[in-house]
Design a protein around this ligand. Structure first.
Ligand code: ARG
Length: 564
């Protein structure tokens, strides 16, 4: 039942449409003021009456009608019309809805016919998949699942950083110091080591840089040896990265990265030229953005080489043509704010209205509690190491607290990885965060393990008694139970909000609210010992809670264990 819609049907005001009324109905900040309210100030001019009188008259008409059996009270107050839902009716409706819809509770088709491209994770080949990639990977993947759940056609794109002169350097380094066995065993770490070594040596021996340029040119020209090595670096990186993607339950529909656009930039460059947007700047070609208070957007270097922005422009045109997107999101750290502002502007100056559909979904930085996180000094924190260490710590907790648990390794994996993901998705994305193993793993704070534990608690409660037909919903006529149902009822709106603001934290927070309300209920009320009809109502509440936690966690990419 859509309460706003039903409420709007109770109200007749000449000259105001149902839709308008529906839009005006909101949830009051204070629960003392009802479950919904209609501010009457807007109608004062039209009806030539004060809002106080309007609210009073509307309340009288509704109270006199018998169509409002889902309300317990309607009360005019200070120019507002406050609606109080009949709690038993509300509880019954919401629980029935959740339990009949099951895994589809919260899903919708609001996005039907719309395609959303999401560019996320977008790692760099031969570079570490480090803690800095955590946010883009899990925020992007959560948005991807959310869009799908709301009926959109989502396209997940890993815009691989697989182009640039560094590949020439890597080939030189690999040929000098590389070892196939070592590369197989240590993967990206080997590539990182020889890359660092290259830079050290090139400081004193500039001929290495010339050699690297020649090798890069050979990749560009399609020389078989050069391409084979380039492909090998890519393969090694992807193999390693896929391991982490699997653990994070992250996948992509396309891995079209920077190199994919090698042959797709020229038409864009030509068009920029034709439209008179390219200027010369010391031999380089740029789009002047001084009128918009931005530095110029670099399109071609003096030696004719293309840039990061050139590739992003070509990619945007390719995506528009291929997917005809409704929106194209870029889940990338706020450090790249300027880059996106610049080339979005270029698309606008080219005269394409869809520049408005390009969206930089920026997020803050993750640093480690002990201060480790500097790529330059080689103090890289690999995401895989963070996951391993969190899982190890989760395993130690299980050894201590859950001695009889059977599949401890599996559960530790799910708790450890889930803890990291949940912590990344719990705060508004733009915030910088400091990662702490102890904090993300705490079973008491607002954490992944706390949510998973609540899910396991629901499973355990449900395993102790069977639900029969004989249900007395009045067992839920108390503020603790109503609070759980209210939190459950708010879940679908949290999903739409999350998508509208590109903020998966709305989902995480909604799930947290359900858990907190349920745990309060659980500690204050005896479920299993109650008489059958009352117990059944409480078990149904437990079942609906479990459902919402499971759906929420799944959308965030986190497993919901039944035991832990
Ligand atoms: N590979 C880039 C980096 O690690 C991120 C790419 C983001 N996507 C894009 N279309 N620019 O910084």
């Amino acid at each position: 039942m859509d309460y706003r819609h039903e409420l709007s049907r109770l109200i007749d005001i000449d000259g105001v449409s149902r839709e308008e009324i529906e839009k005006l109905i909101t949830v009051p900040k204070e629960s003392d003021n009802g479950d919904f309210c209609l501010p009457c100030f807007r109608f004062a001019g039209l009806l030539k009456k004060s809002p106080v009188v309007i609210a009073k008259e509307l309340a009288e008409t509704i109270t006199a009608s018998d169509t409002a059996d889902f309300l317990s009270n309607v009360e005019p107050k200070n120019g507002y019309l406050n609606f109080y839902l009949d709690k038993s009716d509300f509880n019954r409706r919401i629980l029935k809805k959740v339990l009949s819809e099951g895994d589809a509770y919260g899903a919708s088709d609001e996005g039907r016919g719309r395609t959303v491209c999401i560019d996320y994770s977008s790692i760099n080949i031969a570079k570490p998949f480090h803690i800095g990639h955590l946010m883009t990977t899990v925020i992007g993947a959560a948005l991807y699942r959310l869009y799908k759940f709301l009926g959109y056609n989502a396209v997940g794109i890993n815009h691989l950083g697989d182009w640039g002169t560094q590949f020439g350097k890597l080939i030189v380094a690999y040929k000098k110091w590389g070892d196939e066995k070592d590369l197989e065993n240590r993967g990206i770490r080997t590539l990182l080591d020889i890359y660092v070594k290259f830079h050290k040596c090139a400081e004193t021996d500039d001929s290495l840089n010339d050699e690297a340029r020649r090798w890069f040119k050979r990749i560009e020209d399609g020389d078989p040896e050069a391409v084979a090595l380039f492909d090998k670096f890519k393969e090694v990186t992807m193999k390693e990265v896929d391991r982490t993607y699997k653990r994070l339950k992250v996948s992509f529909d396309s891995y079209a990265g920077e190199s994919f656009y090698n042959d797709k930039m020229q038409p864009v460059i030509d068009e920029l030229q034709e439209k008179g947007l390219l200027c010369d700047s010391d031999g380089a070609k740029v789009v002047d953005l001084s009128a918009y208070n931005m530095p110029p957007c670099l399109i071609l270097k003096a030696d004719g080489a293309t840039l990061y922005a050139t590739r992003d422009l070509a990619a945007a045109f390719y995506r528009k043509k291929t997917y005809d997107f409704y929106k194209c999101l870029y889940v990338v750290a706020y450090q790249q704010n300027l880059h996106f502002k610049q080339w979005f502007k270029v698309v606008e100056l080219m005269g394409y209205d869809w520049y408005k559909d390009l969206e930089h979904v920026a997020f803050g930085m993750v640093s480690m509690e002990d201060g480790a996180m500097s790529t330059r000094e080689g103090k890289v924190v690999f995401l895989e190491d963070v996951l391993n260490r969190t899982v190890e710590k989760a395993r130690a907790v299980l050894d201590e607290k859950s001695q009889t648990l059977e599949n401890k390794d599996e559960v530790a994996e799910v708790i450890g990885v889930g803890a990291v993901v949940f912590s990344a998705l719990y705060n508004s994305r733009i915030k910088d965060v400091v990662f702490s193993y102890d904090r993300v793993l705490s079973f008491e704070g607002e954490t992944g393990p706390y949510v998973q534990y609540t899910h396991a608690r629901c499973t355990s409660v449900l395993s102790r008694a069977e639900i029969t037909e004989n249900v007395d919903y009045s067992a839920l006529d108390n503020p603790d139970a109503v609070a759980v149902v209210k939190a459950i009822a708010a879940f679908p709106d949290a999903l739409s909000d999350a998508v509208r603001k590109y903020e998966p934290c709305y989902v995480a927070r909604s799930v947290m609210a359900v858990c907190q309300a349920y745990n309060k209920f659980y500690f204050e009320h005896r479920i299993i010992d109650a008489a059958e009809p009352q117990r059944n109502a409480m078990l149904l509440l437990t079942k609906a809670t479990k459902q919402v936690i499971k759906t929420g966690l799944t959308l965030l990419g986190i497993a919901a264990p039944d035991k832990m």
